[in-house]
Design a protein around this ligand. Structure first.
Ligand SMILES: [Zn+2]
Length: 55
């Protein structure tokens, strides 16, 4: 599994070991932020589904 990585130069996320923008080596981003985004997406989907179930 690929970890999400982060380029400090461009402030962008990538899955590659080197940044596609500046070709600098990226670093492994804190997985916490990534999983938080995933969690938010998960709950959004859940809420949306719950809303649909109500109507
Ligand atoms: Zn970069």
């Amino acid at each position: 599994m690929n970890r999400i990585r982060f380029c400090r130069e461009c402030n962008r996320y990538t899955l590659k070991k080197t940044c596609p923008e500046c070709t600098k080596e990226t670093e492994i981003n804190s997985p916490q932020k990534y999983s938080t985004d995933e969690t938010i997406a998960y709950y959004r989907r859940k809420l949306k589904k719950a809303g649909l179930d109500k109507t």
